[in-house]
Design a protein around this ligand. Structure first.
Ligand code: CP
Ligand code: NVA
Length: 306
């Protein structure tokens, strides 16, 4: 039997596997757009465990599983025994005897790693404090749809060195592109936390304008991520100059795309003019969560199709 594959961080899959997944995504997206039934996962069940809020992640996994012929069960930790202190290891052993795959959104990466160690079935990271690999997979597919391969291109990251930033940095190593990072002082990338085994694919800039210069893609995220709400007032102060605006986009060049994983705060990390403007592909990014995750679930459950 093949060993179980998990998707806990971006680097859990190889460049070749991503190339395959992006091709499958194109195919699966076209089935969806043409109302063509495609049910490779009949009778398969996905458990979705949420310890933080979500709109896109829940909807895309749940709808995606239904569209592939399977079913999805939503579990909120507040309503389960996990919320009353049942050990993650025990929960993993039980849940993974009843379903075919598990998606988890939680706090520390360590929690999902422990769950995966004790799971009999594939586990997918639906966001942790450290990473958001499903979102970056959708973002890169969105880039490829518009401009082709991302290899050798430059992504400018403006803002917090959070789960999205860390995952962009990992993806840059796996898929061989560059990330220009600009964070306020005190919020710099922590390579170990980012899971980086190679620092040749990113460069830090004090000034976000410099990070954006000539970039193919400019991206940002909320100043305060889920779980860090206690720091909100301080962050509002510290991040004032890290707002993506029209001037920054102009530095990036006429073809540059703007991305944001959403939800967004217009007037904080991005101006309305940019997120609702011609460079922005945020709605495609959100939709592509559905298609890329369907390709991922198909791959983790039934492997490569000949
Ligand atoms: N981008 C993203 O993961 O959105 P949700 O928090 O709504 O799932
Ligand atoms: N960095 C954000 C992403 C939300 C989808 C957070 O973790 O809250």
């Amino acid at each position: 039997m093949n060993p179980i594959r998990h998707f806990l961080q971006f680097k859990d899959l190889t460049a070749d596997e991503f190339v395959y997944l992006f091709e499958r995504t194109k195919q699966i997206k076209s089935y969806f757009k043409n109302y063509q039934l495609y049910h490779p996962l009949v009778d398969r069940t996905l458990a979705m465990i949420f310890e933080k809020q979500s709109t896109r992640t829940r909807l895309s996994f749940e709808a995606g599983m239904h569209q592939l012929g399977g079913s999805a069960i939503y579990l909120n930790t507040r309503d389960t025994q996990l919320g009353r202190g049942e050990p993650v290891e025990d929960a993993a052993k039980v849940i993974s005897r009843m379903v075919d795959m598990v998606m988890i959104r939680t706090y520390e990466q360590e929690i999902i790693e422990r769950f995966a160690t004790h799971s009999r079935v594939p586990v997918i990271n639906g966001l942790t404090n450290e990473y958001h690999p499903c979102q970056i997979m959708a973002d890169i597919f969105t880039y490829i749809e518009r401009h082709g391969s991302i290899q050798g291109k430059t992504v400018a990251w403006v803002g917090d060195s959070n789960n999205m930033c860390n995952t962009w940095l990992q993806a840059a190593v796996v898929l061989d592109f560059n990330v220009h990072v600009s964070t306020p002082p005190g919020y710099e990338v922590e390579p170990e936390r980012a899971g980086l085994y190679d620092t040749t694919h990113y460069e830090q800039f004090d000034d976000p304008m410099d990070a954006c210069l000539g970039a193919d893609l400019v991206t940002t995220d909320v100043w305060t991520s889920m779980g860090f709400e206690a720091e909100n007032d301080e962050r509002l102060r510290d991040f004032q100059d890290w707002q993506v605006d029209a001037e920054m986009m102009a530095h990036a060049g006429p073809e540059a795309l703007f991305m944001h994983c959403l939800p967004a705060h217009r007037g904080e990390e991005v101006t309305a003019e940019v997120i609702d403007g011609p460079h922005s592909v945020v709605w495609d990014e959100a939709e592509n969560r559905l298609h890329t995750q369907k390709a991922l679930m198909e791959y983790l459950l039934i492997g490569k199709l000949a």
